[in-house]
Design a protein around this ligand. Structure first.
Ligand SMILES: *Cc1c(COP(=O)(O)O)cnc(C)c1O
Length: 407
């Protein structure tokens, strides 16, 4: 699909885009925090509660069987999309954060003092804190891959850090604060040569381009539905089957067991071992609809269109005096982080909010990056395929107005 030609009909799929804020039409440029949901996803949730609501995997009755079938078909959709080997490798969680905690917990018993974990300096807090907790529990230590002014990882430093002590490496595919696309295939390959496992946080990659976990050879790949037009509260964890089989369960409860007596419980097979209790059934099914929706537009088309938006917006923003962009890698996607002179990001964000423009200001859950640049935060604009060029012009006009008011 040619997005440029069909942009009006695509925008019509998203009812929230016609919202007014203070008499101005909403310009939504905070897609890296959460994306908006199209009608088909919203309808899927209401359809579930109108026609299917029941508990899965348990009942012999019609509704339960039907809901189970669609839930498991959704697992297959993600398996296929990621090119995983089996549906046993797809675990539904409540989000990226939950998935990372589940993986970190899996290393509780195997990690020991003297072992090392390598993390990148571009991480989201949700990809730092669970590993710090794991280090505290096990006595392992954490090393950090440094970054450069462009917002790229220093790969020589990374190679120097790797050793037989390295057990886990975790890096995001795309930085949510700067938009840098990290060379994860190289990172994974080098880690594997030391038998370390690699977790990739793909929360900002899945909405913007095609990802093939088999080709990447990632051990774990995690992301959230609400970043690719799905509902909140659903995460997808891909992990290699052999690793999940060795992992201890994360939470105990119903649905994840095989047999329970008061002496001993044996656990269910994959993937149920990691999905205790009643999951977010409506949300999972709607996430599958969101995946169908973006595949219907085509991720190659999305990438091409968003690259054009990114380059147009970058050129336009550079016409503003004293505007400094953070994150200037050649390999970037859909995010621009910047400051204007020494004006506080929050002040600009509040003024343009009055004009209907939604951006993020602050540290974007990535404080170490802000510390590196020695700034408290940035203004971040982040795009989705439903944004248009007119919205970028509105952003730039609003920023010019804000600067005039504040200086
Ligand atoms: C949004 C985001 C997360 C956290 O996702 P949740 O859905 O809040 O758990 C983690 N990492 C990155 C890169 C993100 O963009």
């Amino acid at each position: 699909m040619d997005i440029k030609k069909n942009i009006d009909s695509i925008r019509n799929d998203f009812p929230i885009l016609s919202t007014s804020v203070n008499g101005n039409k909403l310009v939504y440029l905070d897609n890296a925090a959460t994306s908006q949901t199209p009608n088909c996803v919203i309808d899927s949730i209401s359809d579930y509660y109108k026609n299917l609501n029941s508990n899965i995997h348990r009942g012999v009755h019609f509704l339960s069987q039907k809901a189970t079938e669609i839930y498991e078909e959704t697992r297959f959709k993600f398996k296929k999309h990621l090119n995983a080997n089996s549906t046993k490798e797809i675990i539904f969680t409540s989000g990226t954060t939950h998935s990372i905690n589940l993986v970190a917990n899996g290393f509780n018993n195997s990690l020991k003092a003297g072992d090392e974990i390598i993390v990148s300096s571009l991480e989201h807090h949700s990809n730092i804190v669970p590993w710090q907790m794991l280090c505290e529990k096990t006595g392992a230590t954490m090393k950090v891959i440094p970054m450069n002014q462009e917002g790229e990882l220093n790969l020589n430093a990374y190679e120097d850090m790797l050793s037989k002590k390295t057990k886990i490496v975790f890096v995001n595919h795309v930085s949510n604060a700067l938009g840098t696309v990290n060379p994860i295939k190289f990172i994974i390959d080098r880690a594997h040569s030391f038998s370390a496992k690699v977790l990739i946080d793909g929360a900002q990659a899945i909405p913007h381009f095609k990802v093939d976990v088999n080709d990447l050879n990632a051990d774990f790949y995690v992301f959230s539905a609400h970043k690719f037009c799905g509902p909140t509260g659903v995460g997808i964890l891909y992990a290699k089957q052999s690793i999940l089989e060795d992992f201890p369960p994360y939470q105990g409860g119903g649905e994840m067991i095989d047999e329970v007596t008061f002496e001993k419980t044996t656990y269910a097979d994959l993937p149920n071992k990691f999905e205790p209790g009643t999951p977010n059934i409506a949300g999972v099914i709607a996430s599958g609809i969101a995946l169908d929706y973006i595949n219907g537009i085509g991720l190659d088309n999305i990438k091409k269109y968003e690259d054009e938006l990114l380059s147009y917006a970058t050129q336009k923003l550079k016409t503003i005096n004293n505007l400094k962009i953070y994150g200037t890698s050649q390999n970037k996607t859909s995010v621009i982080s910047f400051n204007i002179g020494d004006i506080h990001a929050y002040d600009i964000g509040s003024i343009i909010d009055n004009l209907g423009i939604a951006v993020r200001t602050g540290h974007h859950c990535a404080q170490p990056i802000m510390d590196y640049y020695n700034i408290p935060g940035t203004i971040r604009v982040s795009f989705c395929f439903y944004n248009n060029f007119d919205e970028i012009d509105k952003l730039v006009n609003a920023l010019n107005r804000a600067v005039k008011m504040l200086s």
